[in-house]
Design a protein around this ligand. Structure first.
Ligand code: SF4
Length: 399
């Protein structure tokens, strides 16, 4: 995506810029969820829309984003598909006016497969959304009930058909594996149901018990039967081989796409590109002149976020600047998730030294144990290394 023979040390006006828009409202809080999602009987849509627009205007005036066009937008949540289409449309129009879009800009939205949301897909398409990521999670009703999802398997299939009828030719399906008691064959049945719908993209994540969630409390009271590390790796490897047979390329550890249909927005995070985040709890990041980065994250409570954005046009809760060496560690951590790995040329140009030069002590043991493949061009995870991506990242980040 947007490949350049030389990548600038500091972002310039032709560096791709990405926009994340967080919509924090949900109908129900799922027990496993650690996203910034909040149940509100009647979400304050008008106030939230005004807060988003104020924040967008603020960021368009910052020097680091001046003159840069937006390559991708991602509406995430929460449940963005609960939003009135007018809110989505206004945010996109304002972003177009303030920044401008690349001609082939990717505009994604996360959608839940409830009937209300599916009825709005055509309006979202009309507002400019051109990629839908449907949070199906499972095609098994018992699993959906355990996950506390408010849709059924049949509604998920219908939502997919509605998205196609609404004109979406770029659809992703999100699925989750490793549920308590789920066998490998149960999981592969889910996967095959998804493949039969012929989406352009699939994201397949393992269920994890995140701290401070309702599920974590339940797990503490009565431990859930979850897959051990080697079983989880088996799920992942079988997923990769099944999807590969069906023509999907594993371009990231958990993400699979038809040729040219990978999610350019998420790929931008793994490539360590710059992005603006607007909305409650959203985060942003940009490269600094000395080779480091600055990043921020917003106030998480929707009400406090709106007050701040409407009063001061920004809602930053925390921000920090990382020096070049720390930023380099993050770039390796993120880049290793991509099948293509971390490009040595990009790295030398962006950080002034090769990946091996900077992180030899951390990377060599992983190469010796067969978890990493290091060439003069790339540093990549091997198949054996896929299940160890997080541990390898920790060793780089603490090197
Ligand atoms: S619908 Fe998604 S964002 Fe909302 S609570 Fe459930 S998992 Fe979290």
């Amino acid at each position: 995506m947007h490949s350049k023979s030389r990548l600038p040390l500091q972002a310039s006006s032709d560096s791709p810029l990405h926009l994340y828009v967080h919509i924090p409202f949900c109908i129900h809080k799922c027990a496993y969820c650690d996203f910034n999602s909040h149940v509100r009987e009647t979400p304050p849509w008008d106030e939230y829309r005004r807060a988003l627009l104020a924040e967008l205007t603020h960021w368009s005036r910052q020097a680091q984003f001046s003159g840069r066009r937006i390559a991708t937008v991602f509406f995430g949540g929460g449940t963005p598909s609960l939003s009135p289409a007018g809110l989505i449309s206004e945010v996109l129009q304002q972003a177009g006016k303030l920044f401008g879009f690349d001609a082939d800009a990717e505009i994604s939205m996360e959608a839940n497969p409830g009937t209300v949301e599916a009825g709005r897909f055509a309006a979202f398409r009309g507002a400019g959304v051109n990629r839908l990521s449907i949070g199906v999670q499972s095609f098994n009703d018992a699993e959906l009930q355990w996950l506390e999802r408010i849709h059924s398997a049949q509604q998920a299939t219908q939502a997919f058909a509605s998205a196609r009828s609404a004109g979406f030719d770029n659809i992703s399906i999100d699925l989750m594996y490793g549920l308590p008691g789920q066998s490998l064959s149960d999981w592969l049945k889910n996967l095959d149901t998804a493949i039969a719908l012929a989406p352009e993209h699939l994201s397949c994540y393992q269920l994890t018990v995140e701290a401070h969630t309702e599920l974590a409390l339940r797990h503490q009271r009565s431990p859930l039967s979850l897959p051990e590390e080697d079983e989880a790796l088996e799920f992942l490897l079988r997923t990769r081989s099944r999807l590969s047979e069906a023509g999907y390329h594993a371009y990231e550890v958990s993400n699979f796409a038809r040729p040219d249909r990978y999610c350019r927005h998420n790929d931008a995070y793994w490539l360590y590109h710059d992005y603006i985040g607007i909305g409650a709890g959203a985060a942003g990041k940009w490269d600094t002149a000395d080779g480091g980065i600055t990043r921020y994250s917003n106030i998480r409570s929707p009400e406090a976020y709106m007050r701040s954005s409407l009063d001061r046009a920004e809602a930053i809760n925390t921000s920090e600047t990382l020096p070049r060496e720390k930023a380099a560690g993050e770039a390796v951590w993120l880049g290793l998730r991509r099948s293509a790995g971390v490009s040595q040329e990009y790295f030398r140009h962006r950080f002034g030294r090769g990946v091996n030069d900077l992180f030899a002590a951390a990377l060599q043991p992983w190469e010796a144990s067969g978890h990493l493949h290091i060439t003069p061009e790339y540093v990549q995870l091997t198949e054996k290394g896929l299940g160890m991506a997080d541990s390898i990242a920790v060793s780089v980040l603490t090197d």
